[in-house]
Design a protein around this ligand. Structure first.
Ligand code: KG4
Length: 339
């Protein structure tokens, strides 16, 4: 008998619902919240209000597009954390109501583990490009930059992580200095295509092990702009593309250097990337180049599975369902966690 799972994601500013049958994707609906654009970042209270407005239509559409009636569902999966508390409460409470109304189990999922498990989503029955264990996953988003050693679906070890800003934050903060709006990562990516990545030299951190640091890059970027503006008030306008290309190539170099070191030290040649920043074209190209140069078997997610989405949540829940790992009705969300 097949297993039909409804996944719900509401950890930050995307309301998403997805239906999987036996790990095969039937639908994945994501509603973004444009309301935050005017504020240069996610406003937690506005995010939770928008989730309240979106959740029912998003779940209805996911079920409708999947051709599944709610009575056919075997379990409700939700993101329990980490994330914004008000946002998480919407998805958690909705999952509790639906699972108790339908009399089916509820499964809680760690958002970061779900990003990693996005690589196991099958788009059809023949899809067989899933990673083999153990593999390394570079998880890069607006809130996290981690190297994760993935030993099994439910055994993951964070072997390196940022000690200050995340890679996505570095993109967003530098983009803000350039007046490129929020989120800045995708704009930097687009403008960098027309720029010279070696035009400006920016700080690269030297810290031990597999950890990352991006706050020095942000500061060196600010100083560079400040110094040039003294002589040329139009410096930003005249150099936007080169500045974007330089930030982007520095972030990608920093990310890949530690990942290369981890792969070499641990003798692992299967390497994946996940999270919002994995949409970045230079990072994707660096993965392709490493695949050729170092013989890595690489796993790069489809764009739909890079940002926050419920398909990855449903996938993580599918594995927990197989292991009978259900959660109690008194489960409360958590805003911070280390996987
Ligand atoms: O995983 P994600 O959707 O959400 C959270 O972290 O909550 O990641 C969002 C981050 C933002 O910092 C955004 O600027 C960055 O991913 N991002 C990108 C690109 N697309 C999204 N950064 C660089 N290049 C991109 N193409």
């Amino acid at each position: 008998m097949s297993i039909i799972i409804l996944g719900i994601e509401s950890s930050c500013d995307d309301t998403s619902a997805s239906v999987l049958r036996d790990g095969v994707l039937l639908s994945n609906i994501i509603t973004n919240q444009d309301v935050h654009r005017n504020y240069g970042g996610v406003v937690p209270e506005l995010a939770s209000r928008a989730h309240q407005q979106n959740i029912i239509p998003v779940v209805d559409t996911a079920l409708k597009n999947a051709g599944v009636k709610k009575e056919e569902l075997d379990a409700i999966v939700f993101t329990r954390g980490p994330g914004l508390m008000g946002s998480l409460l919407v998805g958690t409470s909705f999952a509790k109501g639906l699972s108790s109304g339908l009399g089916i189990p509820m499964i809680d999922v760690n958002h970061l583990q779900a990003h990693v498990l996005a690589h196991f989503i099958k788009e059809n029955d023949e899809d067989s490009n899933q990673p083999n264990f153990p593999f390394l996953c570079l998880l890069v988003s607006g809130g996290n930059s981690q190297i994760i050693l993935v030993k099994a679906h439910d055994v993951m070890e964070v072997i390196g992580q940022t000690i200050d800003d995340a890679a996505g934050e570095a993109f967003d903060k530098c983009a803000k200095v350039l007046g490129l709006g929020y989120p800045g990562g995708p704009v930097v990516d687009r403008l960098a295509k027309e720029g010279n990545p070696t035009a400006f030299k920016l700080n690269k951190p030297s810290i031990d092990g597999y950890n990352y640091s991006f706050s020095g890059l942000k500061t060196s970027f600010l100083y560079l702009i400040r110094d040039h503006l003294k002589n040329d008030p139009d410096f930003i306008k005249n150099n936007t593309n080169d500045l974007c290309a330089s930030i982007q190539s520095t972030v990608v170099d920093i990310l890949m250097a530690k990942l290369r070191k981890a792969a070499k030290d641990l003798n692992i040649s299967e390497v994946a990337v996940a999270g919002g920043v994995s949409a970045n074209s230079a990072l994707r190209q660096a993965f392709e180049e490493h695949s050729v140069k170092y013989g890595w078997k690489i796993h790069i997610p489809k764009f739909a599975f890079t940002t926050d989405n419920a398909a990855m949540v449903a996938m993580a829940g599918h594995f927990k369902y197989l292991d009978h790992k259900f959660c109690e009705m008194d489960a409360a969300p958590f805003s911070r966690v280390v996987i």
